[in-house]
Design a protein around this ligand. Structure first.
Ligand code: HEC
Ligand code: HEC
Ligand code: HEC
Ligand code: HEC
Ligand code: HEC
Length: 476
């Protein structure tokens, strides 16, 4: 009891006595108002469905609001100190501090002030926060404010995952994933605001494992079996000669009798690897756990010295790394668009000219659009005046298509250019499967990770002008 009385007399009473000044009272009001807003949003975040998964909101909830809270907290002792000093110079420090008495009008006035100021601050801080949150959730914020995401944001709407929120793949579920995303989001936003971010932005090792993201929607045991790919290519000759390849990919999976087969079946859950770079393009060591529990280690002939680093269990993302925002190679995308009609293959040398224009250096996407247009014009005007006069509409359309291709894949301000973001499916444009299946990853017994073409696919036709199998299959 004596301790309580001591606390009241020597601490609480002087606290309220000196605390009854404008600065401390405003501080108290700021602190309580920001605390109320913070608690309100935590409640919505935890229980509500109206909460937002936007990782960048951390800047409001982890920096701005706590900042206001702490600023308020600092004002309280500051005001008290100032008042104490003022009373001291005036010689007005009381020998006994007045009782805390709700009927005391001076004390009551202070309490009223805090209540009213808290209410006003709550409305102001609350509205500002709400508007900030609403703004940060708009595509406008992601597209413009976070312009550094422009490459991914423009590849995403044309992908098969256009309806899948960025957060579904980028944020692990549960509290740790949530906290990690908040901290990371805040850090990234600070980097953007201080213009201190890497160009290009590359994938890092922090992406959640597929079992937390992809497998929420995809069944890893689904049997896909064989998949036929038809690839159309055009030549660099005047006629843009067309050829076709037919590839039967053995995707496989787990069949009705639980047997694993093919590309999917071969890697499920028991292959680990060590990569020496953050985008996992160089893989000197691969380990495979066999059915009897033993581990076969495959070491690359390129590896020098002992191999150290974090082991990663291979999952969907190690092959499907560009599932939601994939960038093309100029050859690939030009072939695909030409096979769909634009640029028209009836324009002489359009494949060769198109590639030259796509691969040239431009300052910006606008610069590219205008130079691609003038480049095609000067080529056809000087080399093929008859075509320039007769097929103007097709030339304009070709220029438009080439500009769109460029603007979806090259972002000079982010230093994202052709090939910046490798795609791990296949092996022709990037190392891909051949990061391990290059024939140079050997186990002790002499066995190596297979490089046999037919394990992965049957090449039914390669670059043939008119494969007869197309007709057999009823394709044209
Ligand atoms: C279907 C899953 C998925 C979705 C949806 C998704 N991403 Fe990704 N994202 C990935 C994967 C996987 C990687 C790792 C790529 C790699 O390793 O090459 C990645 C990498 C990135 C990177 C690093 C740079 C790069 O391109 O490799 C950025 C930036 C990024 N994503 C932004 C976004 C944004 C913005 C959205 C929403 C518009 C989004 N992502 C939606 C799966 C996804
Ligand atoms: C929120 C659900 C969802 C998540 C999460 C998701 N996907 Fe998908 N994915 C889909 C749907 C739906 C389709 C089919 C789209 C269609 O056919 O139009 C699809 C299609 C695909 C395809 C075939 C089309 C293509 O682009 O080649 C692949 C491969 C794929 N997903 C891989 C992944 C990987 C890898 C991840 C994790 C990084 C992932 N998905 C995460 C829903 C999801
Ligand atoms: C070893 C590499 C590899 C791994 C690991 C892998 N895939 Fe695939 N997957 C492929 C290849 C190759 C294809 C065929 C690509 C194509 O269509 O061009 C494919 C095709 C697919 C498709 C499209 C099937 C269709 O009907 O068109 C889906 C969906 C898919 N994978 C999902 C997954 C999921 C989910 C995982 C993780 C459980 C996964 N993949 C793991 C290589 C892989
Ligand atoms: C991280 C290394 C790694 C990557 C990347 C990788 N694989 Fe594999 N793959 C392996 C290992 C290890 C085995 C098992 C080899 C063995 O048992 O001898 C394997 C086995 C296979 C098999 C079965 C081979 C057989 O003899 O039956 C196929 C098919 C296959 N992979 C296809 C692919 C395809 C397609 C890709 C690219 C989309 C790919 N792999 C990417 C490591 C990898
Ligand atoms: C480890 C598996 C694997 C091995 C081994 C392999 N390939 Fe492939 N290859 C693939 C995959 C996966 C694709 C499909 C890429 C895609 O979906 O576009 C592919 C695509 C191709 C294509 C079509 C390329 C295109 O995009 O036009 C050709 C040609 C090809 N492979 C040739 C070969 C030859 C020749 C060999 C033997 C020396 C070989 N591959 C070995 C996995 C493999």
């Amino acid at each position: 009891m004596a301790g309580l009385e001591d606390l009241r007399k020597n601490w609480l009473r002087p606290f309220f006595f000196y605390g009854n000044n404008r600065i401390s009272l405003i501080g108290g009001a700021l602190t309580s108002a920001s605390a109320l807003v913070l608690i309100g949003f935590w409640v919505v975040d935890i229980f509500g469905h109206g909460g937002s998964a936007n990782p960048y909101l951390g800047i409001i909830f982890d920096l701005v609001l706590p900042g206001v809270f702490i600023f308020g907290l600092v004002l309280i002792p500051l005001g008290m100190l100032l008042r104490q000093r003022q009373l001291k110079t005036a010689g007005q420090v009381p020998s006994i501090y007045p009782e805390i008495d709700l009927r005391d009008p001076v004390f009551r006035h202070g309490i009223d002030f805090v209540i009213v100021a808290t209410f006003i601050n709550f409305v102001i801080v609350g509205t500002a926060t709400y508007r900030g949150v609403a703004y940060m959730d708009t595509p406008n914020f992601c597209g413009r404010t976070c312009h550094v995401m422009a490459p991914e944001a423009s590849a995403y709407p044309v992908s098969n995952h256009a309806g899948v929120a960025c957060t579904e793949c980028h944020i692990a579920p549960g509290i740790p994933g949530f906290v990690h995303a908040k901290v990371n989001g805040t850090k990234q936003l600070m980097m953007v605001m201080s213009h201190n971010y890497p160009t290009p932005i590359m994938a890092d090792d922090k992406l959640p494992a597929a079992k937390f993201t992809c497998l929420n929607c995809h069944n890893p045991a689904r049997y896909i079996g064989d998949k036929l790919l038809v690839k159309t290519s055009y030549g660099d000759d005047e006629k843009n000669s067309m050829t076709r390849s037919l590839i039967l990919l053995h995707v496989g999976g787990r069949d009705n009798f639980s047997r694993l087969s093919g590309i999917h079946g071969a890697h499920m859950g028991h292959i680990e690897y060590i990569a020496t770079d953050s985008t996992h393009q160089t893989i000197p060591w691969v380990g495979k756990t066999n059915d009897d529990g033993s581990v076969t280690e495959f070491v690359s002939t390129d590896a020098k010295g002992p191999i150290t680093g974090k082991k990663r269990v291979m999952d969907c993302i190690d092959c499907h790394n560009r599932a939601a925002h994939s960038f093309d190679t100029p050859e690939e995308v030009l072939n695909r668009d030409m096979s769909q009609g634009s640029p028209s293959a009836s324009l002489p040398f359009i494949h060769k000219q198109g590639l030259l224009l796509l691969k040239a250096d431009y300052k910006s996407q606008e610069d590219a659009a205008s130079k691609i247009g003038s480049g095609l014009e000067s080529f056809y005007r000087s080399q093929y005046p008859a075509i320039w006069n007769g097929q103007r509409a097709q030339i304009d359309q070709a220029a438009k298509t080439l500009s769109v291709i460029y603007s979806r894949n090259v972002f000079p301000f982010m230093k994202v250019t052709w090939g910046s973001h490798p795609d791990n499916i296949g092996h022709n444009n990037y190392p891909g499967c051949f990061r391990c299946h290059d024939g140079g990853h050997n186990a002790k017994g002499g066995k190596s990770i297979t490089n046999d073409c037919s394990t992965c696919h049957n090449l039914i036709a390669t670059d043939e002008p008119n494969p007869k199998q197309m007709a057999d299959l009823g394709l044209q």
